[in-house]
Design a binder for this molecule. Structure first.
Ligand code: SF4
Length: 84
């Protein structure tokens, strides 16, 4: 299924997402599996800030987004904005 990005401009960054080229398996591993490969890809992705912002704004609970694991995003949400 193709997503029409022009209908959802807030998702335009996904057109340049490196994970779109690698597939979702690295980014949504089985529980307890390593996310090292996903984080490695995220470090090379120019869309990382937009991706992380989207994940935090939309309370994405699963997978690696913006180079952060579920636990790392959870910890980040608990830090007040003034302390970031
Ligand atoms: S930063 Fe986001 S868009 Fe980029 S590869 Fe990682 S998960 Fe995909």
């Amino acid at each position: 299924m193709q997503i029409d990005m022009t209908a959802q401009p807030e998702l335009a960054w996904q057109e340049q997402a490196l994970c779109a080229q690698t597939g979702a398996d690295f980014f949504f591993p089985e529980p307890g599996s390593s996310v090292r490969e996903a984080k490695y890809i995220c470090r090379m992705c120019a869309m990382r800030p937009a991706c992380l912002e989207y994940a935090l704004a939309n309370d994405e609970r699963f997978g690696v987004w913006g180079g952060l694991s579920e636990k790392e995003r959870y910890a980040l949400r608990r830090v007040p904005d003034s302390a970031r």
